[in-house]
Design a binder for this molecule. Structure first.
Ligand SMILES: C[S@@+](CC[C@H](N)C(=O)[O-])C[C@H]1O[C@@H](n2cnc3c(N)ncnc32)[C@H](O)[C@@H]1O
Length: 487
């Protein structure tokens, strides 16, 4: 037999084995679901609808997990007449919805209920409706399967079809992520080369770079060098489009005090039309991001999407720095638990709550701003105190430019979503919390005073934070000490 055809047969066998394995696991999940129902009947004496629902939710969760999907209950969406809450949603790791589940009572007329829900704008991409007896699967607006839920084979076929669904845009986006990892190194090299050339050839660019370096040395860390400015500029150039596209607010990022300076540097770097030409290979990635972001409706899921994009980006862009800085973000559940615990401790020991005036809170390694975002959510029931806290008593530091941008966007967008008003978050500083020169009291006769006169907003913010009496520090700093690959 030819070597080519033998390889082909092996591929076929491998695929068939994989398929059999998937089939075995999914059958097992359905069996577990059946056993759970049986247990419920034995304990409860009858098939109570609420418990049946829990068992089906369990099936969705575990099947979803085996496909790297996360289950979210009571998923909020925008319907034709306002907000709607779908009983369950499964989302990809990039937080884009994969499919939905809506449970009805067995006394309801399921077909009539589906009609009503669709009129309200319930999703029609990939959704299971069920009433504990019958399940209906709708994909791309078409009813593609129905199952008697007591019939294991029918249910298995319907669930398999539900989990086999993949939207075209997601498929394209996944391809684009792979392509991004392939293309980025060459683009990075071209950008670095461009910056080197410009530094030699253009006195304007070189002067703008020196001025910017002076400022970042003062505000971020005195040990920063020209190479760090190059990296900041590159990260800025590569990602500015991403932020604008995900949040669909073209000027949002341009108004940030640091971004303004990086834009000024970028203007010196590129001649007319040069930038799009250089970044051409990344177009599919940017387009994929834009299309995928449009699939996400909820504000908080958009934030999660942005965070996961950012994590992916950084790991391809600079894996060593991603490890050193701790580009791994804390899950919302843990952040919320820590906030509630800190609030409880404050009340127990100091008779004050986090929301009370006079309690100044600092997140020293804010990353994408999760702690501040969750604090705003935690305070949302007390609008006056929330406003005061946001303007005066919440502080966050970040040392790397990319997460700083993401934090800025996330925090301001959350405040706007809660209060209906946009306000700049002046508590955010681009600074090294552990090497904050003003904090260490090096200002007398220090260059810092001269730069202060430039009235750079970031310097002002750092000075303001250092004047404050911080009472609570909450966050998740990097911690890669004593690991095998510690640097
Ligand atoms: C482990 S992440 C946690 C981020 C965020 N608090 C969260 O939990 O989602 C740590 C973040 O702190 C930043 N960081 C590391 N050292 C810092 C320093 N000395 N000053 C300010 N930020 C720092 C890193 O760039 C990274 O974004």
């Amino acid at each position: 037999m030819e070597r080519g055809s033998r390889a082909c047969i092996h591929r076929f066998i491998r695929r068939a084995r994989r398929h059999t394995e998937e089939e075995r696991v999914s059958r097992q999940l359905i069996n577990e679901y059946r056993s759970e129902l049986d247990r419920i009947v034995k304990v409860g004496g009858s098939l109570n609808e609420g418990s049946v629902r829990d068992a089906f939710q369990g099936l969705l969760k575990s099947w979803g997990r085996s496909n790297d999907l996360t289950y979210l209950s009571e998923h909020k969406m925008t319907g034709s007449g306002g907000n709607i809450y779908v009983d369950g949603a499964l989302v990809y790791d990039i937080r884009v919805p994969f499919g939905y589940w809506e449970a009805k009572d067995s006394k309801d007329d399921l077909d009539e209920e589906i009609r009503k829900k669709e009129a309200k704008g319930y999703p029609r991409t990939n959704i299971i409706y069920e009433d504990t007896k019958r399940a209906v699967l709708i994909q791309d607006r078409v009813r593609v399967a129905e199952a008697d839920m007591a019939d294991t084979d029918e249910l298995h076929a319907l669930m398999t079809r539900f989990f086999a669904y993949e939207q075209e845009s997601i498929r394209d986006f996944r391809k684009a992520i792979g392509k991004f990892a392939e293309d980025l190194p060459a683009i990075l090299e071209a950008l670095r080369e461009r910056i080197r050339e410009k530094r030699e050839a253009s006195t304007e660019y070189s002067a703008a770079e020196v001025a910017f370096l002076k400022q970042v040395k003062e505000t971020i860390n005195p040990a920063l060098e020209r190479a760090d400015v190059t990296e900041m500029l590159i990260q800025h150039i590569l990602t500015e489009d991403i932020f604008n596209r995900v949040f669909d607010m073209r000027d949002y990022h341009r108004d940030n005090n640091i971004a303004k300076q990086l834009y000024a540097l970028e203007r010196e770097l590129f001649g007319y039309g040069e930038k799009p030409k250089l970044l051409q290979a990344l177009r599919p990635y940017y387009t994929g991001i834009e299309e995928t972001a449009h699939l996400i409706q909820s504000h908080s899921e958009k934030q999660n999407f942005l965070k996961s994009l950012y994590e992916n980006f950084y790991k391809v862009y600079n894996p060593k720095a991603a490890d050193r800085l701790g580009v791994v973000y804390t899950p919302g559940e843990i952040v919320r638990f820590m906030i509630r615990s800190a609030d409880w401790l404050c009340e127990q020991h100091f008779g004050k709550n986090l929301v009370d005036p006079g309690v100044e809170i600092l997140d020293p390694a804010t990353g994408t701003g999760t702690y501040i975002v969750e604090l705003l959510e935690y305070f949302r029931g007390q609008p006056d105190k929330l406003r005061h806290k946001y303007k005066e008593e919440l502080h966050a530091n970040e040392v790397a430019i990319l997460p700083y941008y993401v934090a800025n966007l996330n925090i301001e967008a959350t405040y706007q979503a809660i209060t209906g008003q946009f306000a700049e978050f002046e508590g955010l500083c681009l600074v090294d919390t552990l090497d904050n020169v003003d904090g260490l009291g090096i200002h007398s006769g220090h260059q810092f005073d001269m730069l202060g006169a430039l009235s750079d907003e970031n310097i002002e913010r750092v000075k303001r934070q250092n004047r404050r009496k911080i009472s609570v520090i909450i966050g998740n700093p990097p911690y890669n000490a004593n690991q095998q690959n510690e640097r």
